[in-house]
Design a binder for this molecule. Sequence first.
Ligand SMILES: *Cc1c(COP(=O)(O)O)cnc(C)c1O
Length: 439
Amino acid sequence: MQFHGTGKVNEHGHLEIGGMDTVTLVEQYGTPLYVYDVALIRERARSFKKTFENLNIKAQVAYASKAFSTVAMVQLAEEEGLSLDVVSGGELYTAIAAGFPADKIHFHGNNKSLEELDMAIEKEIGCFVVDNFYELEILEELCAPREKTVNILLRVTPGIEAHTHDYILTGQDDSKFGFGLQNGQADEAVDTALKSKHLNLLGVHCHIGSQIFETTGFLVAARKIFEKLKDWKNEKAFEAQVLNLGGGFGIRYTKEDDPIPASQYVEEIIGEVKNQAEKLGMETPEIWIEPGRSMVGDAGTTLYRIGSRKEVPNVRQYVAVDGGMSDNLRPALYQAKYEAVLANKANVEPDETVSIAGKCCESGDMLIWDLPLPKSDHTDLLAVFCTGAYGYSMANNYNRIPRPPVVFIENGQAKLVVKRESFEDMVRLDLPLKEKIKK
Ligand SMILES: *Cc1c(COP(=O)(O)O)cnc(C)c1O
């Protein structure tokens, strides 16, 4: 087993993360429990930033907060000098509540509401990543009466298929996101933005997909965008100051995944952008990137208690845990794969193959198929790795299961950063039909 970050097996044979025994953590906080290895998040953030700094390239590394948005995580991003992507009023509110500097917030989304845009303008965020003509129109309408000018990037779809799961593919032409680069939409959007006194067009954004293991897609996207930047420079006298190439850098969920280091994506992207800019006689634009998964994904581990077991003779052993698709939707949604060990027997050799079931009333609520594990029962804890991105952020209350708490661990210290939901929370927003509800 190859552990992530500070993960290792300690002298008791227990999984240890950030210098804390996971068995002790469970005694204190219960299960299910999300645990984050803070040192690993810091390492990732620094590695992205340092690569730009070493090559002397102006950049913003924006953490895509949709991967895991909480007040503590936003504050950690601030400590590491990251910028922040938000995609909704709720994520924006979280960022502001965390005290994140507004001028480093970038607002994404294909259907931002009037209220969301209004709030973002009031907070004077750093940049709007405009997705469509309707948004250009309402931004103008909101800014004009206040005589405000906002920075914008135009999101374009460069028509690239990144090699990844279809559901998380967004850079191809037939996508709900962005202005088509090839069909004239992007040119028209540039004209509209340049005409406006209230929209300050900084440049172009694209995001070609997620969990991408090679750099080709990013390089081709950059090339296609530069073909347009050339036209815009010649025909519209517009030079982009910013080129945002999005996120989507892959991580290792299982041993079948073979990601390249963060620095390599960045180095190759910088190389291509510099080349292209030189060819066109343009200054190298600022490069912005937006890692989400690669910032927090492998820093997260979910701890569960093992419960019931069902044998289907000659077929398989189902072993159930006390969570499931309510705290990790990705297997049900994308057939995502994970690795896991028994947290309290982390150095015991597997002697059976089991399939890990959740406790939700859905046959599709399976966390891992065919996982080699040592023999286990209700005294054992299962640690599922790499749940840091799109785990808590996609957690839900299906079956009215309260969402688990989140603990940050660093240097042998644990800090609770999200409390466990209670049963009272499950009825918090419910209004009774009759006067009294029993608590
Ligand atoms: C989701 C998203 C990201 C982050 O993607 P990851 O795969 O988590 O790195 C970045 N930019 C945009 C526009 C996104 O929608």
